[in-house]
Design a protein around this ligand. Structure first.
Ligand code: FES
Length: 109
């Protein structure tokens, strides 16, 4: 498999970051491994909506969205047609991704 690059863009004005993803890693894994702040309250098991991101490019190569993921996206802030949960976006295929991280609100514990 060719190396997949994930470019993260941010709505808070910080510069874009591009990182290499290994097969089997999720977008959440790659973000956290590179110190990108992305909430993940349920620990990455499709049990919350805090890892909500927008897939700006490359969504055709991601796993299909499940009913559970869709339900949680409906509860996310500002869901859009390209919304996904980062923990469910496991890298596969060969298409580089562009992922927009929404503003992160850290509300304490
Ligand atoms: S971390 Fe909870 S759904 Fe992704």
């Amino acid at each position: 498999m060719k190396a997949i690059n994930i470019t993260f863009t941010f709505q808070d004005g910080q510069p874009d970051q591009t990182h290499v993803a290994a097969e089997g890693e999720s977008v959440l894994d790659v973000a956290l491994n590179n110190d990108i702040q992305l909430q993940h309250n349920c620990g990455g098991v499709c049990g919350c909506s805090t890892c909500h991101v927008y897939i700006e490019q490359g969504e055709a190569d991601l796993p299909e969205i499940s009913d559970a993921e869709e339900d949680f996206i409906d509860r996310a802030e500002n869901p859009r047609i390209n919304s996904r949960l980062a923990c469910q976006c496991v890298v596969q295929g060969s298409t580089d991704l562009v992922v927009r991280i929404p503003p992160q609100h850290f509300l304490g514990h």
